[in-house]
Design a binder for this molecule. Structure first.
Ligand SMILES: [Zn+2]
Ligand SMILES: [Zn+2]
Length: 169
């Protein structure tokens, strides 16, 4: 369970184990899509009056296109998480603490899962560090070999020459 009852926590640290489906609304607007469920584990414990510390981890697989050559790419993501939850209204403005309502009956660790995943998921993917991408002129995948196009500097000159011709007309 990723929501732990406060009465359970009063008795001692509690295990947090769960799996969130890749299409869980929690991950809406994530930027990259998930190819696998998000597997969560960890341990939640009370560390003071209305204060709880969660040490957990998440792992999943992110899916997308290589930014340069558009090949389908998957990337495993794993994050170690330390998060503080607090019922203290004064900690509401603390960016390092997840606020809990005064009358909360459970600690839900999923907001921390979402935030850590947002931070860890790459905003763009590459099929490999040195991907050569597609030729901007003919669209050939340059990882497969050079295309027939002239080098980029040549084509820029050609463009300029064509422009000059037009102006002259
Ligand atoms: Zn690529
Ligand atoms: Zn080309």
């Amino acid at each position: 369970m990723l929501q732990v009852d406060l009465r359970e926590l009063a008795r001692g640290p509690c295990a947090t184990v769960g799996e969130l489906p890749a299409d869980d609304p929690l991950f809406a607007g994530l930027g990259s899509s998930l190819a696998r469920p998000v597997v969560v584990s960890g341990r939640l414990q009370e560390i003071g009056e209305g204060r709880f510390y969660w040490h957990g981890s998440l792992s999943t697989v992110v899916r997308g296109e290589c930014r340069r050559c558009l090949t389908a790419v998957t990337l495993p993501v794993a994050v170690d998480i330390g998060a503080l939850f607090s019922q203290d209204p004064e900690s509401e403005d603390d960016p390092d603490t997840y606020p809990l309502l005064r009358d909360a009956t459970v600690v839900d660790v999923t907001p921390a899962v979402r935030e850590e995943l947002v931070l860890a998921a790459p905003t763009f993917l590459l099929c490999r560090e040195d991907c050569r991408g597609l030729c901007p002129r003919c669209g050939q995948d340059l990882n497969a070999g050079p295309c027939e196009c002239r080098p980029a500097t040549d084509s820029r000159w050609q463009g300029l020459a064509a422009l000059k011709d037009k102006v002259r007309d």
